[in-house]
Design a protein around this ligand. Structure first.
Ligand code: SF4
Length: 475
């Protein structure tokens, strides 16, 4: 969105409030996200209309287009799923464009067209003052190509969205209600987008989607898929990995059944570009809870997938792939025994990192209605803490245990940003996803070799080494 605005001649404002246009991209996937979205709209309205800033303090109008009214653009899925609430919130004599695509996305040609319309001043002022929210409801099955106009900031890593929508109906998740239609980007478009991202200077691409395993399928329900696990994801990975100049490719998140043999083959065949890191949401280690969550796998399937991925992606010098995960604590009805089973799986897998979420009832989902089975919040908090401690224990935590395996090894790292405490230290991820701290003069985006010299409970510290014979390939 930023690049669409910049391409239309707008200039980035120095501060919030000191601007003619403010874009609020909302989300409703969690209650917190929806609350933050409401807050952001309210704050923007206050800034815009109560600040009393003299117009002279605002940046000038777009050259050649004349002055335009201070405007707030509200996009995203909070607006599309709570349109009445959002309209009420943004209502009144304000200059607010509400643009909701059918799935809440704003990164579409239609969004660009709305911007052009608005900039041209056609039909806008009077509609913005009093008209109903404008909406763009339409169904486009292919996920549209995103034109990465220019690099917004100096991000090393770029996301390439290859899939959207889900109809799997996990009982805690609102997404099937807000983005039910599944869409996939064609391989050709994905490669095209990857090329442009690389041309813009991004060194690493992360393939993202709501349900990546459903890439190329019309449904995320495996029982309804023609050949579950046989979609074209492996072909897409293979094609994107071959984009000239791309240094690193990751896949964001997958379930058992998605990590198929062809996919693992494609990952192995495209090393070192495709890295040995997988994010595999577990959610719970109890089959009873997985069933109540309506997840499409059981613990046995999950562990089988871990074993297959580990066998395929462990390096010849015995470094296993990095596995990260998501876990929900205190799902309705989760007993101590259920949680103990989760701990067992967690210990067995040995995750590098876990995103641990306390269960939070999401209005409109089945799980939010099971109030009689809600777990007391003190118990939920204790379970969250237990998992965090299991990961971060300074001696025997899962994180340090995995990172100790990197000690003495030569790894590839892409520098991302200066360390917080010491600007002479740069941080960046290695292929196995650990964050590496490195003393170097080299700049952000540099791909380099480092030898891991020290691992502490909170840091993995590397020493730079010059490129040379016998080192892993730098591309
Ligand atoms: S698979 Fe489940 S958690 Fe993931 S998007 Fe679909 S419904 Fe939500």
């Amino acid at each position: 969105m930023e690049s669409l605005l910049l391409d239309r001649g707008l200039v980035k404002a120095a501060a919030r409030g000191l601007c003619d246009v403010e874009v609020i991209h909302t989300c409703s996937v969690t209650n917190t996200a929806a609350a933050k979205s409401r807050q952001a709209i309210r704050r923007a309205l206050r800034r815009r209309f109560d600040s009393g800033l003299p117009r002279a303090d605002l940046p000038g109008p777009v050259p050649g287009r004349g002055a335009f009214l201070p405007t707030i653009i509200v996009t995203g899925c909070y607006g599309s799923t709570n349109s009445d609430e959002a309209a009420q919130l943004a209502g009144g004599p304000h200059h607010v464009i509400q643009h909701y695509d059918h799935d809440g996305s704003a990164m579409t040609d239609r969004f660009a067209r709305r911007l052009d319309e608005w900039l041209a001043g056609e039909r806008t002022h009077q509609r913005l003052r009093s008209g109903p929210p404008t909406s763009c409801h339409e169904t486009i099955l292919p996920l549209p190509l995103v034109e990465p106009h220019r690099k917004a900031g100096a991000h090393v890593r770029a996301e390439l969205k290859i899939q959207d929508g889900c109809d799997a109906h996990c009982t805690f998740c609102i997404i099937p209600k807000v983005r039910r239609t599944l869409r996939s980007k064609t391989i050709r478009d994905a490669v095209d987008e990857a090329r442009r991202l690389v041309d813009l200077g991004h060194r690493e691409i992360v393939l993202t989607g709501i349900f990546i395993g459903a890439y190329g399928h019309e449904t995320g329900l495996r029982r309804k898929q023609a050949e579950p696990g046989s979609g074209p994801l492996a072909d897409l990975l293979d094609a994107v990995a071959r984009v000239r100049g791309l240094v690193r490719l990751r896949i964001s998140s997958m379930e058992p059944g998605d990590v198929s043999e062809p996919l693992l083959d494609a990952m192995v065949a495209n090393q070192p570009v495709v890295v040995p890191h997988l994010h595999l949401p577990l959610q719970s280690g109890s089959d009873a809870i997985l069933k109540r969550m309506n997840r499409q796998y059981r613990v046995g399937d999950y562990l089988e997938m871990i074993d297959q991925a580990t066998a395929a992606l462990t390096t010849p010098d015995k470094l296993p792939p990095a596995i990260t995960t998501d876990i929900i604590c205190g799902f309705p009805g989760e007993t101590d025994q259920d949680f103990e089973k989760t701990l067992e799986v967690v210990r067995r897998v040995g995750y590098l990192h876990m995103h641990v979420f306390p269960f939070s009832p999401k209005r409109g989902t089945a799980a939010a209605r099971w109030t009689d089975r809600f777990v007391p919040s003190a118990v939920v908090k204790a379970r969250v803490r237990c998992l965090i401690d299991l990961e971060n224990d300074p001696d025997a935590g899962l994180s340090i245990r995995y990172r100790r395996r990197l000690l003495g090894r030569t790894i590839r790292v892409i520098l991302e940003q200066p360390g917080r405490d010491d600007p002479a230290i740069m941080t960046g991820r290695c292929d196995h996803y650990a964050l590496i701290h490195l003393r170097t003069q080299r700049s952000r985006g540099t791909l380099m070799h480092a030898r891991i010299a020290k691992v502490t409970p909170t840091r993995t510290i590397g020493e730079t080494i010059p490129a040379g014979i016998g080192l892993p390939v730098l591309r």
